[in-house]
Ligand binder design. Structure first.
Ligand code: NAI
Length: 400
């Protein structure tokens, strides 16, 4: 297996893939660099971060490509539909930075509660302001979490361990962890919370989820934290709420328009407010999260290469099959989702007098993915017969 890792992916990834015997090449550049494009035709597995755009044209230049791993959360830099119809699963690492975001938000809750961000700015300007007014402990205060998914629920647990009272609102029914209580609507949550922290995904429904109306539904003097997506909060309305002091302070990590890279300047109306603690989308940016991302994506690569498991793929039927004891070969068969495919595959086995010890087929949209264990060795001729079945996209044989 030839594995190409781009964009300075952590060395942990290289080591873990080399440890299982794969040939790994790493580059700090993204896919657009000529020296990388020339390698892509021999690449079996490609690892990228967010800067490499994996378009249809790039995929067409990579006839051997079997899987793509995004060493980050987002996957919209890959043409997922085209990868899917070429039989290429795309993996990512959605869980790796959950803890990092939750910890940063917890830190911000304390900072906002004690006005540490304002005191810090004052001292930098030579102003000594040793005051207690407006400074509070967080113990006993109400934290309202909007979006009780991975990050929201993790935040709830650690905030509760510091004595906060946690309430949450989610569009899905979620099991409350610890003593957290569910609110059945957003308005109720907003009206009860001393701190509101947003942890929803970017969807048409979450665009401007917190606008003028919702800001006014918050308690006077409450604090707002957004480390989810920039367009979840209507910034103009937030500016008004800060001006009128209805909202006493905010911590914002994500913005509707973010600079392309670290050389691009940052612009926002919020920079005028000392009581706005602003960070450059670093909620998930820790050394631990980078390491976890490497481990999570490499585990998915290895499981796919060795077992054909597509669990965790974002564009593919999620399938895995426990290896049967007497299995000599495992066959992976990706095909267009048309009726009768499994019968045609099984006929190849029957005609060649080969035993199937176990199998699974999963379909999703346009494609189907079958994993088949056989107690016989599958030779090249049989593999070719499987490939020749009409509507086959690709096949792979793993010797057990
Ligand atoms: P998740 O998918 O585990 O949880 C999101 C939750 O929001 C789900 O429970 C979902 O049901 C709920 N939800 C969806 N629409 C909603 C709505 N309209 N109202 C209330 N709840 C709604 O996602 P996860 O991993 O917890 O991530 C949350 C957010 O954090 C995402 O937007 C992600 O992009 C962002 N994020 C930010 C990072 C940073 O560096 N600041 C790093 C990692 C993630």
């Amino acid at each position: 297996m030839k594995i190409l890792l781009l964009e300075n992916i952590s060395l942990t990834a290289k080591k873990s893939l080399e440890n299982v015997g794969y040939d790994v090449t790493i580059f700090k550049e993204n896919i657009e660099d000529d020296k990388i494009l020339s390698q892509i035709k021999n690449t079996d597995i490609l690892g990228i971060r967010s800067r490499s755009q994996i378009t249809k044209e790039i995929i067409l230049q990579a006839p051997q490509l079997k899987a793509i791993g995004c060493f980050c959360i987002g996957t919209n830099q890959v043409d997922l539909d085209f990868a899917k119809i070429k039989g290429i699963p795309v993996f990512n690492a959605p869980f790796s930075n959950t803890r990092s975001v939750a910890e940063m938000v917890l830190g911000e809750i304390i900072i906002l509660s004690r006005n540490i961000h304002i005191r810090n700015l004052e001292l930098h300007r030579g102003v000594w302001s040793k005051v207690a007014s407006g400074s509070f402990e967080i113990r006993g205060k109400v934290l309202g979490i909007v979006g009780y998914g991975r990050i929201g629920s993790q935040l709830g647990i650690i905030a509760e361990s510091l004595g906060m009272q946690v309430i949450y609102y989610d569009i899905e029914r979620k099991l409350s962890l610890g003593n957290a209580t569910e609110c059945d609507n957003l308005e109720k949550l907003l009206s009860k919370s001393d701190f509101v922290s947003l942890h929803v995904p970017e969807t048409p429904q979450t665009k401007n989820l917190i606008s003028k109306r919702e800001l006014l539904q918050m308690k006077k003097g409450a604090k707002l934290i957004n480390a989810s997506r920039g367009n979840v909060v209507a910034i103009d309305d937030l500016v008004e709420a800060l001006k009128s002091e209805h909202i006493s302070s905010v911590a914002i990590d994500v913005f509707p328009q973010e600079p392309k890279d670290n050389n691009d300047p940052f612009k926002s109306e919020l920079i005028k407010f000392d009581n706005a603690l602003l960070t450059p989308h670093i909620g998930g940016s820790t050394i631990e999260a980078q390491e976890n991302i490497a481990i999570e994506v490499c585990d998915k690569f290895i499981n796919f290469i060795k077992n054909g498991s597509t669990v965790g793929a974002v564009n593919f039927p999620q399938t895995s099959l426990q290896k049967s004891k007497d299995s000599a070969s495992r066959i992976l068969h990706v095909h267009k989702n048309t009726p009768g495919m499994l019968e045609k595959i099984n006929n190849v086995f029957a005609k060649n007098n080969l035993n199937i010890s176990s199998q699974i087929l999963q379909t999703e949209g346009d494609i189907g993915y079958a994993i088949i264990d056989s107690s016989s060795i599958i030779n090249k001729e049989i593999e070719l017969s499987l490939e020749k079945i009409e509507n086959t996209i690709n096949t792979r044989v793993i010797k057990n």
